[in-house]
Write a protein that binds this ligand. Structure first.
Ligand SMILES: *Cc1c(COP(=O)(O)O)cnc(C)c1O
Length: 474
């Protein structure tokens, strides 16, 4: 495909040079000496160019998107419509409380809804994503111990954790201590016990964990941590597995972030915007970022006077349009949020059972909303997990998450979500079985995949360092 500069033919919808000639009030020295090098094309040709570009993208509207850990569920289009209502998009963030009661009411009610689903006692909507929520949570935990006059420097993190967990704790000044997983893919409680002492501020966990396995000992773990005077942080990225069935409060956690852009259906392919609200137990309420949105029975208002607030973690009040979309989704779903989790778990277990013959399943346990295969069997024929992922692109399927979690060799992490029907799941099974067959009989085909995409196999290192698609094409 040609770039828009190569397509330029001098026929333009708008003539910029004529415009500047008329601006005689500009000082000469500010005027260009030569014409701007902008492509010139008619409006229709510009439209065709961008349509052609968008057709080259993959999106959930085109096909199956089982990107593990990312919860690429279908985002209902009505949420976009609501998020784009003029009353929301034209509101100034510094408007007085009286002039934005509707927006404040929405934020307040979203806070209340998130309190209900998490079981927690107070919420901030400010953080812009999950990792930002983690940082906010860690800052809260740090300040909590400062105020208590305790010097705790360590945060315990399972070896299966998402990379943002240690990064957030470290960015907050904590030292990271890893705790091993046992043969069931869960936190090894004995190993955890041996790590506990007065230095430990907190443990960061996700439940179900990144293997898609529910941590059965979570109550024992929260008990151990609290007896040690430590707190528990819940990475809520996997919340799509448990909504309405259980919550972090019941599991004994003190701080939790949710990824609204994962669980609560706002689009997030290509990098945001997102929202990572943080919810806390009563004892940590006064540590939240300000302002929080409150209601006095008559009016909604922004509240700034929290006694130990860590301050503001984001300009204004977070990514407001994401909050609108998530609130719309929650209202639309109501009690069916529970059904969403149920279907997500059912779909994942269905795929796991169908694929565990052809692919290695290192932790053969009932899974929650996702599961992790290993490409080790295929590797014996020289076909890596990367090759399998690339081959899926030839089958109108977004590759799953690969090489994560780190504790599974050649990991393939599959999360179908609740959005897919049985026919789609069966199509995916057939594609995966065909790839497993090809790995035995025709590995060369997989090793050189993808064959049908606009960009073929790229040199991974060059692609990262010089993101120029013409240059990196092998
Ligand atoms: C996605 C994810 C995160 C980070 O969330 P972002 O919104 O991408 O910052 C953290 N932990 C887990 C397990 C995740 O899947």
């Amino acid at each position: 495909m040609k770039t828009i500069f190569e397509k330029s033919n001098g026929v333009s919808g708008i003539n910029l040079s004529d415009e500047t000639e008329n601006l005689s009030f500009f000082d000469e020295k500010f005027l260009r000496k030569s014409p701007v090098n902008l492509p010139q094309l008619s409006e229709l040709e510009v439209l065709r160019h961008y349509k052609e570009l968008s057709d080259k993208n993959f999106c959930i509207e085109k096909g199956f998107y089982p990107l593990g850990s990312c919860t690429m569920k279908y985002n209902p289009k009505v949420n976009e419509l609501l998020g784009n209502l003029e009353g929301f998009t034209c509101l100034h963030p510094l408007a007085d409380d009286e002039d934005c009661q509707g927006a404040l009411e929405l934020m307040y009610k979203l806070q209340e809804a998130l309190k209900e689903v998490t079981g927690m006692d107070a919420v901030t909507l400010q953080p812009a994503a999950g990792a930002h929520g983690e940082l906010t949570g860690m800052m809260i935990i740090k300040k909590y111990f400062e105020v208590k006059g305790e010097k705790r420097t360590k945060v315990i993190i399972p070896d299966s954790a998402h990379g943002t967990n240690p990064a957030s704790a470290h960015a907050c000044g904590f030292d990271i201590v890893h705790v091993a997983s046992n043969e069931k893919g869960q936190v090894d409680v004995e190993a955890l016990k041996s790590l506990l002492n007065d230095d430990v501020a907190a443990i960061m966990m996700t439940n179900p964990n990144t293997l898609g396995i529910f941590e059965e000992n979570v109550l024992e773990i929260s008990d151990l941590m609290h007896k040690n005077g430590s707190l528990l942080y819940y990475d809520g990225a996997n919340f799509n597995a448990v909504m309405g069935y259980t919550n972090p409060k019941l599991m004994g956690f003190d701080v939790v972030h949710l990824n609204l852009h994962k669980t609560f259906a706002t689009p997030h392919g290509g990098g945001g915007p997102g929202a990572g609200p943080v919810a806390v137990v009563e004892a940590l309420k006064e540590f939240l970022p300000v302002p929080v949105v409150d209601f006095n029975g008559k009016k909604y208002f922004r509240k700034y006077n929290l006694s130990h607030s860590i301050g503001n973690v984001k300009g204004f009040y977070g990514n407001f349009s994401v909050l609108v979309k998530a609130y719309a989704y929650i209202l639309m779903m109501g009690k069916n949020l529970k059904r969403a989790s149920e279907d997500a778990v059912l779909n994942a277990n269905y795929l796991k059972e169908k694929l565990k013959e052809a692919y290695l399943l290192p932790y053969d346990e009932p899974c929650m909303h996702e599961f992790v295969l290993s490409g080790d069997k295929q590797k014996e024929n020289g076909v890596s997990t990367l090759n399998i992922a690339k081959s899926l692109m030839d089958e109108n399927t977004h590759p799953p998450t690969v090489y994560f979690p780190l504790i599974v060799h050649e990991a393939i992490m599959i999360e179908p979500t609740e959005s897919e029907n049985k026919e789609r799941l069966d199509d995916f099974v057939n594609v995966m079985l065909k790839i497993a067959q090809d790995a035995k009989t025709n590995p060369e085909k997989l090793i050189s995949a993808p064959h049908t995409t606009p960009v073929k196999r790229v040199d991974e290192t060059n692609a990262a360092r010089h993101p120029d698609l013409k240059f990196i094409q092998q």
